[in-house]
Design a protein around this ligand. Structure first.
Ligand code: NDP
Length: 265
């Protein structure tokens, strides 16, 4: 049976095995997908052993996404621009790297009827996740994407990689009275119970998305809801969406996302 893995550290919390097994049942594909804990200094060796043993592909999660980029023989454009890889395919002994996080986000936004074309988007954060979503968001032809980050230099460096006049970089406190249609929280602030320090006036009648997800609304989303956000959406749909895109790359069939998302909720 074709073998797939998700590698991370920690990894116990990963929902990828249940998502991929459900996709496999749904599309009647014969495959085995397991999570595997990898010691911090064992990533490259673990992947290469898996390739040698006939593995077909792997997802990569925290903290190996950037390192994964360095072990690939070939990269997609979106992986290069993201500076990170979350999907590896092993073909004829070669390692091909892709990044499906941005596609997962965009698909989830569209599934939630969030308008992207001609919209004004505020992207909070400039880490790996933010980098990965810029190209797929630009492909939806928004009017503008403002990237705001605690460390402004990182937001500036991110936009310099793209050379696109729809992008600009600011600090959280420089956002002033701008009006946005959509705010995407791509910081990890919610994981530590924090909310990026942006003015609450920015939230009124705005769609708000947090890449973090959990049983309850994340701190950012509950704050956004209290302050008049139009829609609040967490990142579980992005997780299922990025998995669906990996599955499509590996198996050549498009799995259906909605039922899996319902099952996870
Ligand atoms: P990184 O560690 O690469 O980047 C973290 C980002 O969060 C940086 O921009 C950092 O700012 C900012 N940040 C951290 N803490 C705070 C805070 N207290 N206040 C304001 N900003 C803060 O992480 P990733 O980009 O890889 O991931 C970001 C989040 O997205 C994670 O929580 C991750 O779980 C989630 N994610 C969800 C996915 C999904 O499928 N739903 C997929 C990928 C990621 P600074 O640069 O100043 O340090």
């Amino acid at each position: 049976m074709d073998q797939y893995r998700v590698y991370g550290n920690p990894i116990k919390q990963s929902r990828s095995p249940i998502i991929h097994q459900t996709f496999a049942q749904q599309t009647q594909q014969q495959l085995n997908y397991k999570s595997e804990y990898v010691e911090l200094d064992q990533f490259e060796q673990t992947v290469k052993e898996f390739v040698t043993n006939g593995g077909k592909g792997a997802n990569i999660t925290v903290p190996f996404k950037e390192q994964a980029l360095t072990i690939c023989d070939q990269l997609t454009e979106r992986a290069k621009l993201a500076g990170a890889v979350n999907t590896l395919s092993f073909i004829d002994g070669k390692i091909l790297g892709d990044n499906t996080d941005g596609q997962g986000l965009v698909q989830d936004l569209l599934n939630n009827n969030v308008q992207l074309k001609n919209s004004r988007i505020l992207l909070l954060g400039a880490g790996g996740a933010a980098k990965g979503v810029v190209l797929p968001l630009l492909a939806q032809q928004p009017e503008t994407i403002v990237i705001a980050n605690r460390t402004i230099a990182k937001a500036e460096s991110l936009i310099n990689n793209f050379n696109n006049n729809k992008l600009s970089a600011l600090g959280f406190l420089e956002l002033g009275n701008e009006k946005f249609d959509l705010i995407i929280n791509a910081t990890s602030a919610s994981l530590s119970g924090n909310v990026p320090p942006i003015a609450k006036e920015l939230l009124a009648n705005t769609d708000c998305y947090d890449m973090v997800y959990g049983k309850e609304l994340t701190p950012f989303l509950s704050w956004a809801k209290e302050n008049g956000a139009k829609k609040v959406i967490d990142g579980l749909g992005m997780l299922v969406g990025q998995a669906a895109e990996s599955f499509r790359i590996w198996r050549g069939v498009q799995p259906e996302v909605a039922t899996v998302l319902q099952k996870l909720r």
